[in-house]
Design a protein around this ligand. Structure first.
Ligand code: HEC
Length: 255
């Protein structure tokens, strides 16, 4: 049993590895890897792509857009994966601007993708599709904010004299997801949080808030000091600059 499991994990890792290789060999010359959403927005909205001079959507844009726009993202994951993979395979062999899913304001900067028909095998397409599908989540896990459980966070807050940042969310809340992808992954935010805060994330559709706290609004950010006293309770989704201000404000309330 254990050997079978080890084999499975090994094979999965092998597959992921291959997907990355295929991407680097056959896609990366045009599609860059990860670029943060704030940079991308600045580039496309303020600079008409003259800042980054991108030649095609980035890997994180592809991963996010395709998963969001194809089929039912909240439905069966295996089916969703197959639908996204089918779209990618079809697009790579027969690129068609009419069918593309990235935002128009992004797409208008690009030439039409040349077909890779005859230059990529079915196995390679399958591997690269898996890699693209998983990329968005992988980047978030690697670069994004890491959350603790509340009890542990309170202990740590006492020991390290830090503030707990309690994020109130639900799995299906669009603005929670958006903020996670666009703000909770920005280097300055992640570093500020790491230094002075202990982030906790609670899904109020499944879990009660600690300390008898109540809120229906998601996302909400409740800042709590080491004595379990609420310093600040801020509902809403914020951009990077505004959220940095909120973190600074929470710091000024700390004694
Ligand atoms: C020579 C440059 C080039 C290469 C190589 C390339 N692409 Fe593209 N691709 C583009 C451009 C430019 C666009 C955007 C314009 C368009 O849709 O034709 C695009 C669009 C796409 C889209 C559609 C995005 C949407 O919004 O619907 C997918 C999917 C895609 N590429 C996947 C791949 C994959 C997978 C590979 C590697 C196996 C690859 N591309 C290799 C240039 C390239």
């Amino acid at each position: 049993m254990r050997i079978a499991l080890a084999m499975l994990i090994y094979l999965n890792a092998l597959f992921a590895m291959e997907g990355k290789e295929v991407y680097e060999k056959k896609c990366a010359s045009c599609h860059p890897g990860y670029i943060s959403m704030s940079k991308l927005k600045e580039n496309f909205q303020d600079y008409n792509n003259t800042l980054l001079k991108l030649t095609a959507p980035t890997l994180n844009q592809l991963s996010y857009r395709l998963k969001k726009s194809i089929g039912d993202p909240k439905g069966d994951n295996e089916i969703h994966r197959m639908e996204v993979a089918a779209f990618i395979s079809e697009y790579v062999l027969h690129p068609d601007r009419q069918k593309s899913l990235c935002l128009d304001e992004v797409m208008q900067s690009f030439q039409t993708m040349p077909s890779l028909e005859g230059k990529i095998s079915e196995e390679e397409l399958e591997a690269v599709s898996t890699y693209i599908y998983d990329f968005d989540e992988k980047v978030l896990a690697e670069k994004g904010v890491h959350y603790e459980g509340f009890e542990k966070a309170l202990q740590k807050a006492k020991q390290e004299d830090k503030i707990i940042m309690l994020k109130v969310m639900t799995k299906d809340c669009y603005f929670c997801r958006k903020m996670e992808r666009e703000v909770m992954i920005e280097k300055e935010i992640v570093e500020f949080l790491e230094q002075d805060f202990i982030p906790v994330s609670i899904d109020i559709s499944t879990t009660e808030l600690p300390l008898g706290l109540q809120t229906e609004l998601t996302p909400s950010f409740i800042f709590i000091d080491k004595n379990a006293k609420v310093l600040l309770n801020i509902p809403g989704a914020w951009n990077k600059m505004d959220f940095l201000d909120i973190l600074r404000e929470a710091k000024t309330k700390q004694r």
